[in-house]
Design a protein around this ligand. Sequence first.
Ligand SMILES: Cc1cc2nc3c(=O)[nH]c(=O)nc-3n(C[C@H](O)[C@H](O)[C@H](O)COP(=O)(O)OP(=O)(O)OC[C@H]3O[C@@H](n4cnc5c(N)ncnc54)[C@H](O)[C@@H]3O)c2cc1C
Length: 375
Amino acid sequence: MSYDVIIIGGGLAGLISAVHLSKKGLSVLLIEKQEYPKHKVCGEYISNEVLPYLKALGFNPFVYGAKRIEELSLSTARSRSVSTKLPLGGFGISRYCIDWELSKMAYGNGAHIVHEMVDDVRFKEDQFTVSTIQGEVYTAELVIGAFGKRSNLDIKMNRAFIKKPSPFLGVKAHYRGAFPENAVGLHNFQGGYCGISKVETDLINVCYIADFKSFKQYKNITDFQDAVLSQNKYLKEVFNGCELTFDQPLTISQVSFSAKQPVENHVLMCGDSAGMIHPLAGNGMSMAIRAAQMASQLILKYKTGEIATKKDLEKRYAEMWNTEFSTRLKSGHVIAKLFSLGWFSEVIMTGLKAFPFLLPLIIKKTHGEPMKAEL
Ligand SMILES: Cc1cc2nc3c(=O)[nH]c(=O)nc-3n(C[C@H](O)[C@H](O)[C@H](O)COP(=O)(O)OP(=O)(O)OC[C@H]3O[C@@H](n4cnc5c(N)ncnc54)[C@H](O)[C@@H]3O)c2cc1C
């Protein structure tokens, strides 16, 4: 059987595309290398901008116990802090829960889901051939690449960003303990920042990104957390006062924020595989969801003939992607860079404390408008 669309990667971008396109009656194959449910390195705070669209898809995160988050507390490595009401707010839900529930929805809509690892994608004579290391070969008219921040396919496709340095490490774990349900903490430390918020299980998600150079001076994660993260009193409180519920924290390495292309080898890239915003901005998942909406809507227009050719489809998607995300990506990187400059982040904090109305304005720079409830 040949599919209308093959989606490679079943994280948020892939799953949302699968739910959207299958709900609209297209034949969809989603290929995800891991089984659901599974924990993932992620801050698990999602901006409310996605809610109208999620509801249109039939997904309400609050049914699963997602926590409503309205406040942000931000601190520098020296524990100087400022709090603000989040302009739009957001919600806390684990990737363990949301990815699994969306996969059930996609399946319920008729999407096929296989757990295999794609190792090649070819486009020839107007058709895609996708092969997996399990030896299966699938064909489709269109392919969405939703394989995340770094994949074997990036090397296979010889993507430019893969040759650039990617010196960041991501760490995440859930903890049991006291933390306000309606707040997200963004706490900086030397060489990184840590996000803290509650998820649907009432546990606290603690997730940080660190410069690999500073991490590798320590023997292990515990030593690094004790010596570096705990210099920030807010992080020390969590590490000392809360109980780790994972056997050990999850880690990912080689996180890269280098620019990527939204269309490569005729594949429409969605989510982190098209470009990754710095996690400090807390908007990567909303961007993945928005990109999935854009790709799905354009694919539907192509299928009805409103977009005449694949070339036009690719062009429209690339233009839309750049218009929607370029400024957000740049703002996210600039803000993260400024906070990484120790003394300068203290200067910024002095400014934010004197003029608290500035913080919501900075947050808005990295976030989008509420998405339209359109399929
Ligand atoms: C430390 C950290 C903290 C973050 N915190 C937040 C936050 O609080 N809020 C927020 O909005 N964003 C946050 N983000 C960003 C967010 O996690 C990502 O932007 C989001 O997960 C992107 O979704 P995606 O679907 O593109 O990729 P992913 O969710 O990574 O999904 C990609 C999928 O592709 C699969 N895959 C890869 N290669 C193959 C292959 N060859 N074959 C089959 N499957 C494949 C993978 O198994 C994976 O499931 C954070 C990121 C990091 C690193």
